[in-house]
Design a protein around this ligand. Structure first.
Ligand code: ADP
Length: 584
C-alpha cells in the first residue's frame, strides 16, 4: 500500500510528540514523588527529633506517653509511636496499646534499634493503609532506651500528587495539542511542496513542458523547485529543437524522389516516405507488414540478408516491371532496417535501347562489310598497278578492322543479353592453356618473345563454357604479345582453396596507373594511335570481363609502365547452374 508523504511526516511527528509527552509525564511524576518522599522523610525526621525532647525524659523516668502521643498525633495529623528497646509499643497516637503488637521486626524499628535513622514506605497491616515511616533511636547515657517513630499516611502524598497531576496534565495536553497542530502545519507545508513537484514532474512526463513550480519556501525545496523549473524549460527548448529537426528531416525525406522505408525486426513498417508509397501502390502504412504490399522474393532476400548479417546490402530488383536499385542498411542502435529504393527503370531502358541499337547496327553492317571485303579482295587479285594495290590494301585493312569491331560488338551484345546461358562443362584448364598458346607460337617466334608456362598439375577442372573461356585466354594472350616488344610472356595456373587462378603476364609496355580502372570499359584505349596501329578495338578486355563475371569469377590487373602487366582471373571450382544464369 502506498503511504503518502504527509502521513509519513505527520505520523513521525505524532510518534515523537507522544513518546516525549509520555516520558515527560512519567519522569516528572516519578521525580516529584521521590522529591516529596524525601522532603517528607526529612520533615518527619525533624519532627521526630523535636518530639524526642519530650519522649526521652518520659522514657527515662517511665512516665506516661500514650495520651501525649494521641493528643499530638491528632494535632499534627501524624501517627506517633514509641517503643521500648524490645519493640513493645509504649505509646501510639492512632491505636489503643492493647491492639498493638511487638514492632521489633519492622524494618524502620529494627534500624533505629541499631542506632540508625530508620525509613520505610509500606502498607500498614494495622491501619490497612500505605504509610511512610521514620524512626529514630531514643538514646540515654549511650544506651538505646526506646524508638520514636513518626509516620504519615501516603494517601496525603497521593492526594498531593493528584493535585499536581491535575495541574500538569491539562498544561501538557495543551502543549501536546499545540505541538500536533504545528506538526500538522509543517507536514502539510512540506507535503504540499513535494506534491507540487510530483504533479509537475508527472505533467512533464505526459509532455506538458510549460508547467512550472512556484514555492514560497526559502529552503532546499525552493532550490529544488528552481532547478526543476530550469530543467523543464531546458527540456522544452531541447524538445522544440528536436521536433524542429525531426520536421526538417521528415520534409527532406518526404521530398526525395527515392523510396525510403524503415522496417523493424518483425518486418513491419516503422516509417515510409511518399516515394515508397508510390512504389507500394499507396498501400504502405506504419505498423503493417511490408509483405502485404511488396511480394518479391528478391526483396525478401535482401531484407533477410541485412537482418541476419547486420551489414549494408545493395541489390537490383525488378518490381512490377520497374527496375529498383535497393540499398539496405542495418541500424544497430534501433535494430531496424532502412531500405532506399532508387528507380532505375529509365536508365535500364536506355541501356537496353543502346544495346539493341548496337546489336542491330552491327548485324546490319555485317552483310555489306562481307561484300566490301569480298569485292576488295577480288579487285586486289586483278589489280596490277602498285598505286591501285596500295589503295586496295588500305580498303581491305580498314574493312577487316571494321569487321572485327562488328563481330566483337555482336559478341558483347550476346554476352549482355538477359538470361544468357553458359554451355557448362568440366574443363581441364591446363589443356586449354596449352591449346591456346599453340595458336600464338608463330607470332611469338615472329616477335622473338619468350614463353614461360607455370601450370600446376593438380589444378582441378572447372565448370565453364569452353568457347567463352577460350576467348578470354585468346584476348589476354593476344594483348600480352601485342603490347610487348621484347622479353617474354607467361601463363600460370594455380589452385588456391576453392578457386583456381589463371595469371597472364608480360614484360611489355605496361599501363599507367591512372588508366587501370578504366581499361575494362568498352572502346577504352590507352595509347590510341599505337593501339589502333596494332589493330586494337578497345573491346577485347570488355569481352573478357563479361565472360569472367558470367562465370562468377573475378579479374584483376597489376601493371608497371615499361616493366609489364599481369592479369589474374579467379574462377570457382564448383560453379552452379543457377549462378551461371544470373544477369550481369
Ligand atoms: P585493344 O583491342 O585496344 O587491345 P583491349 O580492350 O583489349 O583493347 O585493351 C584495352 C587497352 O588496354 C588497350 O588499348 C591497351 O592500351 C591496354 N592493354 C591491354 N592489355 C595490355 C597489356 N598486356 N599490356 C599493355 N597494355 C594493355
Amino acid at each position: 500500500m502506498k503511504t503518502s508523504f504527509f502521513s509519513k511526516i505527520f505520523g513521525g511527528y505524532f510518534l515523537v510528540i507522544f513518546v516525549l509527552t509520555a516520558s515527560i509525564l512519567f519522569f516528572t511524576f516519578r521525580t516529584v514523588k521521590s522529591y516529596y518522599l524525601e522532603s517528607l522523610t526529612d520533615n518527619l525526621k525533624n519532627l521526630a527529633i523535636s518530639l524526642n525532647l519530650k519522649v526521652k525524659p518520659a522514657l527515662e523516668t517511665g512516665g506516661e506517653l500514650d495520651s501525649f502521643a494521641k493528643e499530638l498525633g491528632h494535632e499534627l495529623n501524624t501517627r506517633i509511636t514509641v517503643t521500648d528497646p524490645e519493640g513493645n509499643v509504649v505509646a501510639d497516637s492512632d491505636k489503643p496499646l492493647s491492639e498493638m503488637e511487638n514492632l521489633r521486626e519492622r524494618p524502620e524499628i529494627a534500624e533505629a534499634l541499631g542506632g540508625q535513622v530508620g525509613k520505610a514506605l509500606r502498607f500498614s497491616t494495622i491501619l490497612k493503609e500505605e504509610m511512610l515511616y521514620v524512626a529514630i533511636p531514643v538514646e540515654s547515657g549511650g544506651k538505646t532506651i526506646g524508638v520514636l517513630r513518626v509516620s504519615l499516611y501516603l494517601k496525603d502524598i497521593n492526594s498531593l500528587l493528584g493535585s499536581l497531576r491535575n495541574n500538569i496534565i491539562p498544561a501538557v495536553a495543551v502543549i501536546t495539542v499545540l505541538s500536533l497542530l504545528m506538526a500538522l502545519a509543517i507536514s502539510r507545508g512540506l507535503s504540499k511542496s513535494i506534491r507540487y513537484l510530483a504533479d509537475a514532474s508527472q505533467k512533464i512526463a505526459k509532455g506538458d513542458f510549460d508547467v512550472r513550480v512556484e514555492l514560497r519556501n526559502r529552503d532546499e525545496l525552493k532550490t529544488l523547485a528552481d532547478s526543476f523549473n530550469a530543467m523543464a524549460s531546458k527540456i522544452r527548448t531541447l524538445f522544440m529543437e528536436l521536433s524542429c529537426q525531426k520536421e526538417n528531416l521528415n520534409s527532406v525525406i518526404s521530398s526525395i524522389q527515392e523510396g525510403l522505408v524503415v522496417l523493424d525486426m518483425e518486418d513491419k513498417v516503422v516509417f515510409s516516405n511518399d516515394g515508397f508509397q508510390a512504389i507500394a501502390g499507396g498501400k504502405a502504412a506504419d505498423g503493417k507488414l511490408y509483405a502485404e504490399f511488396i511480394s518479391e522474393p528478391e526483396f525478401d532476400g535482401l531484407v533477410k540478408a541485412v537482418k541476419d548479417e547486420k551489414r549494408n546490402v545493395v541489390k537490383e530488383i525488378v518490381l512490377d516491371g520497374r527496375y529498383l536499385l535497393c540499398s539496405a542498411t542495418f541500424l544497430r542502435c534501433f535494430q531496424q532496417v532502412v531500405v532506399i529504393l532508387h528507380d532505375i527503370t529509365q536508365i535500364r531502358n536506355l541501356e537496353r535501347m543502346k544495346k539493341d541499337f548496337v546489336a542491330n547496327v552491327s548485324h546490319e553492317l555485317r552483310t555489306p562489310l562481307t561484300a566490301i571485303k569480298g569485292f576488295a579482295e577480288t579487285l586486289l587479285e586483278e589489280e596490277r598497278s602498285p598505286e591501285g594495290r596500295h589503295y586496295l590494301d588500305i580498303v581491305l585493312k580498314h574493312t577487316n578492322r571494321l569487321m572485327k569491331i562488328v563481330s566483337e560488338l555482336l559478341l558483347l551484345s550476346k554476352l549482355e543479353e538477359e538470361g544468357v546461358r553458359l554451355e557448362l562443362e568440366k574443363i581441364d584448364l591446363k589443356r586449354l592453356v596449352l591449346d591456346v598458346v599453340r595458336i600464338f607460337e608463330p607470332r611469338l617466334k615472329e616477335k622473338g618473345l619468350g614463353l614461360r608456362l607455370d601450370l600446376e598439375d593438380d589444378a582441378p577442372p572447372v565448370d565453364a563454357d569452353l568457347f567463352k573461356l577460350e576467348q578470354v585466354l585468346i584476348n589476354l594472350i593476344d594483348n600480352a604479345i601485342k603490347y610487348t616488344e621484347k622479353g617474354e610472356i607467361g601463363v600460370a595456373l594455380r589452385r588456391s582453396g576453392q578457386n583456381v587462378s589463371i595469371e597472364i603476364w608480360d614484360t611489355g609496355i605496361g599501363i599507367p596507373k591512372e588508366h587501370l580502372a578504366r581499361i575494362f570499359e568498352r572502346f577504352y584505349i590507352v595509347g590510341k594511335s599505337r593501339s589502333k596501329k596494332l589493330g586494337g578495338t578497345g573491346l577485347g578486355l570488355s569481352i573478357v570481363k563479361h565472360i569472367v563475371l558470367l562465370h562468377n569469377g573475378t579479374i584483376e590487373v597489376e601493371s608497371i609502365p615499361n616493366e609489364g602487366t599481369k592479369f589474374t582471373i579467379a574462377l570457382s571450382c564448383g560453379l552452379s547452374e543457377k549462378q551461371s544464369k544470373l544477369p550481369l
